[in-house]
Design a protein around this ligand. Structure first.
Ligand SMILES: CC(C)(COP(=O)(O)OP(=O)(O)OC[C@H]1O[C@@H](n2cnc3c(N)ncnc32)[C@H](O)[C@@H]1OP(=O)(O)O)[C@@H](O)C(=O)NCCC(=O)NCCS
Length: 155
C-alpha cells in the first residue's frame, strides 16, 4: 500500500467540504449534500487524498465496537484508474484491522467499478436493500457487502 510521489493523505476538515462536494458531484449521480458531509466529518473518520495542495479523492468510514462501515469513497474522474481508490480502501482496512472483525458497505447494484474494487479486496455480497437509493428512473437496490478482517484480535 504505497502512494505515488506527490500524493499525500491527510485528515479532512470542515474547510474541505466544498471540495468534497465538488469531487462527489463530478462522479456520483446523487452526491451527498453539505449537511451530510458536515455531519460525517463530525461523527466519522474522514480523509482527503491530495496531489500537492489539490484534493483529488476522499474516504469516509466509521467503526462501532468491532464493526466498521465504509460510508463513502470517491476519486476525481481525471485521477481514476490509477490505483487511488484501491489505496484508500486498503487504508481503511488497515486502519480498522486491529479493532474490527468486519467492514460493511452498501453500493448501488449498477455501480460496477465500485463493486469490482470491493470484490478485489475480499468484500462479499451478503445482502440487498430493495429500493435503497434514488435512481435515474425510480429507486435502485443496494448490495450489502462485507469484508471479514483476518485474524482479528481478541477484544
Ligand atoms: C469506485 C472508485 C472509487 C474507484 O476508484 P479508482 O481510483 O478509479 O480505482 P482504482 O484505480 O484503484 O482501481 C481499483 C480496482 O477497482 C476496479 N475498477 C476501477 N475502475 C473500474 C472500472 N471503470 N471498471 C471496472 N472496474 C473498475 C478494478 O477492480 C480495479 O482493479 P484493477 O486495477 O486491478 O483492475 C471510483 O470509480 C469512483 O470514485 N467512483 C465514483 C464514486 C463511487 O461510486 N464510490 C463508491 C460508492 S459505494
Amino acid at each position: 500500500m504505497t502512494l505515488k510521489a506527490g500524493f499525500a493523505l491527510r485528515l479532512a476538515t470542515l474547510d474541505d467540504i466544498a471540495v468534497l462536494i465538488k469531487i462527489e458531484s463530478e462522479v456520483s449521480p446523487f452526491p451527498w449534500n453539505a449537511k451530510q458531509f458536515t455531519e460525517s466529518l463530525h461523527k466519522h473518520r474522514a480523509y482527503v487524498l491530495c496531489k500537492g495542495n489539490r484534493a483529488v479523492a476522499f474516504l469516509i468510514f466509521n467503526q462501532v465496537v468491532d464493526e466498521a462501515e465504509l460510508l463513502n469513497i470517491a476519486v476525481k474522474s481525471s485521477f481514476q484508474g490509477e490505483g487511488l481508490g484501491a489505496y484508500l480502501l486498503d487504508y481503511c482496512l488497515a486502519e480498522v484491522s486491529a479493532t474490527a472483525v468486519s467492514v460493511f458497505l452498501e453500493v448501488r447494484v449498477s455501480n460496477f467499478p465500485a463493486i469490482a474494487l470491493y470484490e478485489g479486496r475480499s468484500f462479499r455480497h451478503v445482502g440487498e436493500r430493495k429500493a435503497y437509493y434514488h435512481g435515474e428512473s425510480g429507486r435502485e437496490d443496494a448490495l450489502v457487502m462485507r469484508c471479514d478482517i483476518e485474524s482479528p484480535p481478541a477484544i
